[in-house]
Design a binder for this molecule. Structure first.
Ligand code: SF4
Ligand code: SF4
Length: 250
């Protein structure tokens, strides 16, 4: 259809007299199920996706929580973003940005039960994806709202080691406040020890920890410029040295 054609003038040559040569591109208007969007990131969930937990299509085995103000690295351009709210995502395949449900040649492994973001996403109009996300994002309370004991653990965990507290401590440290190291170590210690406590005390499966508490602080702290190294029974906090380009392969 003519309306779907996008004409771009190109500098290469002319056509029909003095007219510049034109390149004609068809603007995509429907999904070809190429799977590119499933490989470039996994979906974030909306409240209406809570039913997928009830039906068993989604579970603690394939989802995790991004906590408020957590820093997230984009696989696309490697930039780091700070989340402005808590939300739940589907896990990616290890070390990649590919949604764990994506199967080469077959496509989505849960197509009939895919989350709402996957249903509405249009790569030719990606701006629609985040509309209403702030209000509509699925949160841990939407899933565990009736389990008081877990809500108590999550609240205590936020109080002890929220990303807001971590950001403030990192800021203090960068301004020379050495006592902030102890604050950060306290947060790391709490986050590290509450996990096995949940497993032992409440019989929570290990695969549910990243949904209940978010990803381990000892990993996510990397995006704040630090790494945690284990030496014997001790954990040591070290700054991450910026990579010097051209050093690879030495
Ligand atoms: S929305 Fe776009 S990128 Fe995603 S499967 Fe469809 S055509 Fe491919
Ligand atoms: S749930 Fe299915 S449609 Fe959605 S990103 Fe994963 S593989 Fe793609």
């Amino acid at each position: 259809m003519k309306d779907n054609n996008l004409e771009i003038l190109t500098p290469q040559g002319t056509e029909g007299g003095d007219k510049p040569q034109k390149m004609r591109m068809n603007k995509r208007a429907s999904c070809t199920r190429c799977g590119k969007c499933c490989s470039e990131g996994s979906p974030s969930l909306l409240k209406e996706d809570a039913v997928l937990f009830m039906s068993g299509a989604l579970s603690h085995e394939n989802t995790y929580t991004i906590r408020d103000r957590e820093r997230i690295r984009s696989h696309g351009d490697d930039s780091v973003y700070e989340s402005f709210l808590e939300f739940i995502k589907i896990k990616a395949k290890d070390g990649t940005s590919v949604c764990m449900f994506y199967r080469d040649k077959e496509g989505c492994g849960i197509y009939e039960n895919r989350p709402s973001q996957c249903r509405v996403y249009k790569c030719w109009a990606p701006e629609n994806l985040m509309k209403g996300f702030e209000k509509g994002a699925l949160k841990r309370r939407d899933i565990f709202g009736s389990v008081d004991v877990l809500l108590g653990v999550m609240d205590k965990h936020e109080e002890k080691c929220s990303y807001k507290k971590l950001s403030e401590a990192v800021e203090k440290l960068s301004e020379g406040g050495e006592e902030a190291v102890e604050e950060i170590m306290d947060m790391l210690q709490y986050d590290t020890y509450v996990r096995p406590f949940l497993l032992e005390k409440f019989n929570v499966p290990e695969s549910a920890l990243d949904l209940i508490l978010g990803r381990p602080l000892s990993d996510t702290i990397n995006e704040f410029g630090f790494k945690v190294v284990k030496e014997g029974d001790d954990y040591i906090l070290l700054p991450i040295e910026p990579e010097i380009k051209g050093e690879e392969g030495k």
